[in-house]
Design a binder for this molecule. Structure first.
Ligand code: MN
Length: 416
């Protein structure tokens, strides 16, 4: 199966190749929110596909395709959701497909509005890039003790805020906050002066666990439906003052953005790679076998208002020290239950080289070395009316599987 033998036109280098088939929620001028997949520059309306009878042999309740979120669809389980994905893949390359008799199942992406794909009840953010944790520890604390003593023994994380997670394209206002200015004696209240992005990926839980049950590194991936790009917006001046001793709070909760299409674990399977060596050895419950890191190219661009964008970071998901199976195993080891649609995020994904750092905090080293954009302007952090765009894709031979993008603009402080 290749892009060129499909009857749907798939542009070369499209993120949404025949190998991808990611799931999302869209609406258009004709209908309310419903389930779709992305293919090339089009989306395929799965509620209309279901009406053709194509899914009848799979014995799926059609109502899952007209829901406003993917949760009910995902909850069918991988045997059903993979069967849908495989069938669509086959039909889009089958010249006698019943879908060709129903041209309205395909809609140009430009005519559709994409929505938050899942209802996210719980959101956890890990801190699993050793380069990022080392950089931040060096700046916020002590270069000689940048990593806390626990860091190489467990995937550190915190419970984030799910209510303010939104989808690409929804702009966000600069947050107000309490900060302690350098050399000041008292804190002040005002607009954050250090709004930053965090280049991250999130994974979406595909299967519930019961309270009290635990997962292992060998079965944890069965509980992951797929992945999205994530910008975990961070107000660094607020964070620096508030984070002691319980970790991030309002510096992170004002907004997080995800990409609209969930790329399945099955689509990412060809891009498995070994992860970094874990030394010292992890405790037995965190040991794993097989390749559990993924080679996913990531980039971040900043686009000032009405100007050309500048790519400021090139990173890769394969750099992660702790993999998703370890994160999820650790998350459930105390019996805490997980639910379909929950999101777990990687933490900022930085590489070793300075141009692979996943935040402005690291790229400008705390604001000391500003980044110069193509229009000649300089950035220490994100200015009002700047748009931040994160993109990601995997490629191996002729197989390309991409995530599209997550973009959002920082608007000035909201006047109430
Ligand atoms: Mn984060």
């Amino acid at each position: 199966m290749t892009n060129t033998n499909c009857w749907v036109t798939i542009p070369e280098n499209s993120d949404f190749s025949i190998h991808n088939i990611p799931f999302g929620i869209f609406s258009d001028k004709n209908a309310a929110k419903r389930v779709a997949i992305a293919i090339g520059d089009h989306i395929l309306d799965l509620s209309k596909v279901a009406d053709t009878g194509l899914f009848d042999p799979l014995n799926i309740d059609k109502s899952v395709f007209t829901n406003t979120y993917l949760n009910a669809f995902i909850d069918l389980g991988k045997s059903k959701t993979n069967a849908v994905r495989n069938l669509i893949q086959k039909e889009l390359c089958n010249d006698t497909s019943v879908l060709k008799e129903h041209p309205s199942v395909l809609i140009p992406q430009k005519d559709a509005t994409l929505h938050l794909p899942v209802f996210i009840r719980d959101y956890t953010d890990f801190y699993s890039s050793i380069e990022h944790a080392t950089n931040v520890g060096t700046m916020f604390r002590d270069p000689d003790k940048a990593l806390m003593p626990n860091w190489k023994h467990l995937p550190v994380g915190y419970h984030g805020r799910a209510s303010s997670i939104t989808v690409s394209g929804h702009d966000v206002h600069r947050p107000m906050g309490q900060t302690m200015p350098p050399n000041a004696e008292n804190p002040i209240y005002g607009p954050s002066k250090r709004v930053d992005f965090e280049l991250e990926m999130g994974f979406i839980i595909g299967k519930n666990t019961a309270l009290g049950n635990t997962l292992s590194t060998s079965n944890a991936e069965n509980y992951i439906f797929g992945k999205v790009l994530l910008n975990d917006w961070s107000a660094r001046d607020v964070q620096k003052w508030e984070y002691v001793p319980l970790g991030p709070f309002l510096a992170k909760s004002f907004a997080s953005h995800i990409s609209p299409w969930i790329v399945t674990m099955e689509a990412l399977d060809p891009f498995r790679v070994p992860g970094p060596n874990q030394d010292p050895a992890v405790l037995p419950y965190l040991e794993f076998s097989g390749d559990k890191n993924f080679d996913i190219n990531l980039e971040v661009a900043i686009q000032p208002e009405n100007k050309e964008e500048t790519v400021v970071s090139n990173s890769n998901f394969k750099y992660m020290y702790w993999n998703m199976a370890q994160q999820l195993t650790h998350h459930t080891m105390n019996g805490c239950n997980i639910n379909v649609g929950d999101m777990m995020a990687s933490g900022t994904i930085s590489g070793k080289s300075k141009d692979s750092y996943g935040s402005m905090l690291e790229l400008t080293w705390g604001g000391k070395n500003p980044v110069t954009l193509k229009d000649g302007s300089e950035r220490k952090f994100i200015d009002d009316n700047d748009t931040v765009i994160i993109r990601g894709y995997s490629k191996k031979g002729d197989i390309r599987v991409g995530f599209g993008e997550v973009r959002a603009k920082i608007l000035p402080v909201k006047s109430n």
